[in-house]
Design a protein around this ligand. Structure first.
Ligand SMILES: [Zn+2]
Ligand SMILES: [Zn+2]
Length: 112
């Protein structure tokens, strides 16, 4: 994709300056932060260590999720929810059970 300088209409060429990607005008030297779309989607590595990793927002369903049919969604009353267990911040704290409604995707947690 070719970009033109908003100031003089000159051709903007990509440069790396101080670790930042910039587009620099070949005519007047106007600089602009280059917003390069990452074509690679974030790669999630599953290592042994990550199994006890802290989940800040428990909204993403891990691959090991099973479906619980004996629960009730506090939001819509659906009785099916994805369930998985996460280890909380401190190692001496009990693990937390995360539920996510299969219907409305509301998620809630339950301490063991
Ligand atoms: Zn320019
Ligand atoms: Zn629900």
């Amino acid at each position: 994709m070719v970009k033109f300088c908003p100031k003089c209409g000159g051709l903007m060429t990509p440069r790396v300056k101080g670790g930042r990607r910039l587009l620099v005008c070949s005519k007047c030297g106007f600089e602009e932060e280059a917003r390069i779309k990452l074509t690679l989607s974030k790669r999630i590595e599953h290592t042994e260590k990550e199994k006890t990793v802290i989940i800040e927002s428990p909204t993403d369903i891990p691959r090991t999720t099973s479906i619980a049919k004996n629960v009730e969604c506090p939001k819509c009353g659906n009785t099916e929810a994805y369930v998985w267990i996460v280890q909380t911040r401190a190692a001496d704290e009990p693990p937390t059970r995360i539920y996510k409604c299969t219907k409305c995707h509301y998620s809630w947690r339950e301490y063991e």
